[in-house]
Write a protein that binds this ligand. Structure first.
Ligand code: GDP
Ligand code: MG
Length: 684
């Protein structure tokens, strides 16, 4: 026994010798150790094998069979793996547990189970059952390895093992098969040390009938009673010559078998899609750990539940990755939006972040349980939109502000200069503002959401209306002020003139002038007001205000002209003209014979008649009497207690008496002067 086959030596060199470390891609890992604990390193190892991101494009194969039947040897030959092989020279035991290794040049994960021969020694059937469960839940192909001489030994250890596999399978996939969904597994029987005397076909027939017998003998749940072995398993058979006695033939047959695993185009390709357990590669580690935990705690292994748990875990993880990348992107625009900036093309940016986050999620998560994938996708969308929504709302607010500012500017620019139509200026500015808001708001809106900007537009419209209204009021005020100035200008000279020519019809003339000027002012207002879109009510108010202002302007002019000194001077002039000048307007030179007293009295009386004339605005023609309707709603003029009738009085009676007395003193002075002049003319 000191001449081990070269192949074994090489393999021993790889594994036990440790002189050359296996490359990362075929590094093996003990996924379940002797203490039956599952490794936390499998995920990282799958990553190192370069299989993490292959989705479903990988396969899993595992092996079954009694101790020391060359299982590990076979796997290493077939897949280039590095599993421990029992050293013939020392007959040393290999490390127990479940091992996994990536096949060389194939996306295949290979599992090797190292146990004690529990059945033969009557111990640890527990581990055997657990590893069977574990392998079936994940593997597409189970290689059942047995010596040729074990075939037909119905009572042998192998058959007991198969019984376990079948029982376990019923528990796992029983219901699935009834659903018609896939849960098939290929049992590949590899008959070792085939001498050739019994043809493979005969061995195959023996094994098949043994398997069916085991199947029939199984105690099955009532609802699965009619299901056949072939409802769950495909069977395949192959034989290998003696490894040492027919070393060359052994090598070439192993190569043939390898092709059936490696070459997808081979007609005998073994990995049929129906066998795949549909666990995405990036979820295999989590899934297997979950399975092992269930198996370990002797819980019912419910694969659909396991797959859903896996899906939840993985979809959450994938979603979190997509979300964190997305948040990073979204953060970039948070500050500008919060600072009040309208971000150009924000909609395009948001759509882009959102679509790529979803694409990232879909790429990895869509391989998992459809229901879970869909639910988590909806969660993710809700998360994405919850982040985007404040940006969107902020953008709308900022748009609102900037569009309103642009509106104000365009409006005020339009109102510069002359000859504009207020209504046209507002309409144009409004159009521009609402248009640019709508365009930018549409750009920012993501269609798949329930976001809308119509409400914000409505608010904007209201504010535009408010601003325009305020502006219209200001403009109207400005216009009325302008008209008021014109009224004053137009009233000034004629009123002054009339008031300097006291006569019976003086007030008639003044009121006629007033009526004329006011009429023109009203016409001027109305011709402008049409472009201001003023309401009837506003026009009525404005006109009332105009009338009142015009009246007050007139009154102010009258007050100015009848102020004490001005009025006294009017009286003096009037008196002088009558006392110091004769009818022809020639200055009088008083002679002693002249009736100074009579002339003085006449002139004084005539002058004093003016006081009542000026005291009250009272035309001869009563149709000219002006009546100003009281207008309490006049906002343009804040004089509240405006009593029109009172304004008709120019002097109160007391004032009239006072003025009369003052005038008398003046007149007396003229009289004395006149008297003196006669004395002095006599003296000469
Ligand atoms: P395992 O326990 O089933 O994994 O078996 P091993 O691969 O560790 O091999 C056990 C022993 O069987 C080793 O000494 C191998 O050299 C030997 N062996 C491997 N393959 C064959 C074979 O095809 N025929 C024979 N007769 N011995 C083999
Ligand atoms: Mg082994």
């Amino acid at each position: 026994n000191d001449t081990p086959a070269t192949g074994v030596t090489i393999l021993n060199g790889h594994v036990s010798g440790g002189s050359s470390s296996p490359s990362k891609s075929t590094e093996r890992i003990q996924i379940v150790d002797e203490e039956k604990t599952f490794t936390p390193e499998l995920g990282a190892q799958i990553d190192k094998w370069g299989l993490r991101d292959v989705g479903f494009a990988y396969n899993i194969v595992s092996v079954f069979g009694s101790q020391s039947t060359g299982k590990s040897t076979l796997l290493n030959r077939l897949f280039g793996t590095t599993f421990d092989v029992m050293d013939e020279t020392r007959r040393q035991q290999t490390t127990k547990g479940i091992w996994m290794c990536r096949a060389k040049d194939m996306n295949v994960m290979v599992m090797d189970v190292e146990g004690t021969d529990g059945r033969e020694r009557g111990e640890d059937q527990d581990f055997e059952r657990k590893s069977a469960l574990f392998s079936l839940a994940s593997s597409e192909i189970l290689i059942v390895n047995l010596w040729e001489h074990q075939v037909g030994l119905y009572q042998g250890a192998n058959m007991g093992l198969l019984k376990t596999v079948f029982e376990v399978n019923l528990g796992l996939f029983g219901k699935k098969a009834k659903d018609g969904t896939s849960g098939r597994t290929l049992l590949l029987f590899v008959i070792r040390d085939h001498i050739g005397q019994t043809p493979l076909a005969n061995l195959e027939a023996t094994l098949t009938s043994d398997l069916n017998a085991i199947w029939e003998g199984l105690s099955k749940p009532a609802d699965l009673k009619d299901l056949k072995l072939s409802d769950y398993f495909d069977l395949a058979f192959t034989a290998l010559p003696h490894k040492i006695l027919s070393a060359d033939k052994f090598e070439s047959e192993v190569l043939n078998l390898r092709t059936r695993f490696a070459d997808k185009t081979s007609p005998n390709y073994l990995f049929k899609p129906a066998y795949h357990k549909r666990i995405p590669a990036d979820g295999v580690a989590f899934y297997m750990e979950g399975i092992w935990e269930q198996v370990q705690t002797n819980k019912d292994l419910d694969l659909p539940t396991q797959q859903e748990l896996l899906a939840q875990f993985r979809c959450d993880e994938i979603s979190a990755v997509a979300l964190s990348e997305f948040n990073e992107q979204a953060k970039s625009q948070k500050r500008p939006v919060e600072a009040g900036k309208v971000v150009d093309g924000l909609g395009a940016l948001m759509k882009n972040w959102r679509t790529s986050a979803l694409a990232r999620y879909d790429r990895d998560a869509s391989r998992y349980h459809k229901g879970v994938y869909g639910r988590k996708r909806a969660d993710l969308i809700a998360n994405l939109d919850a982040t985007l929504s404040p940006l969107y709302l902020g953008q709308l607010k900022n748009l609102h502000k900037s569009c309103l500012a642009a509106f104000k500017k365009e409006m005020l620019d339009g109102l510069k200069g002359e000859g504009y139509s207020f209504a046209d200026v507002i309409a144009k500015a409004r159009g521009t503002c609402e248009g640019s808001f709508s365009t930018a708001a549409k750009e920012a809106t993501i269609e798949e959401t329930d976001w809308s900007w119509e409400e914000e537009l409505q608010l904007l419209k209201e504010e535009i209306g408010f601003v325009a209204d305020q502006c219209r009021k200001d403009e109207t005020k400005k216009m009325i002020n302008q008209i008021e100035r014109n009224i004053k200008k137009q009233l000034s000279e004629p009123v002054e003139l009339h008031l300097n020519r006291p006569s019976k019809g003086m007030w008639d003339s003044i009121l006629l002038t007033f009526r004329e000027v006011l009429g023109k002012a009203e016409a001027a207002y109305l011709s402008k007001a049409t472009s201001f879109n003023c309401t009837e009510e506003e026009n009525a108010t404005s006109l009332a205000s105009l009338r009142k202002r015009a009246w007050l302007a007139l009154r102010a002019k009258i007050d100015e002209q009848t102020a004490e000194q001005a009025f006294l001077s009017k009286l003096r002039n009037h008196f002088e003209e009558r006392f110091r000048y004769d009818e022809q307007g020639v200055p009088r030179v008083w002679k002693p014979e002249d009736d100074i007293d009579g002339a003085f009295k006449k002139a004084k009386d005539q002058t004093l008649e003016l006081v009542p004339l000026y005291s009250r605005i009272s035309p001869e023609d009563s149709s000219l009497e002006y009546d100003l309707p009281s207008e309490p709603s006049d906002s343009l003029l804040e004089s509240e207690d405006f009593d029109f009738t009172a304004t008709l009085t120019v002097f109160t009676e007391t004032k009239a008496v006072d003025l009369t007395n003052k005038f008398r003193k003046d007149a007396d002075a003229y009289y004395v002067e006149a008297k003196r002049s006669t004395v002095s003319s006599i003296a000469q």
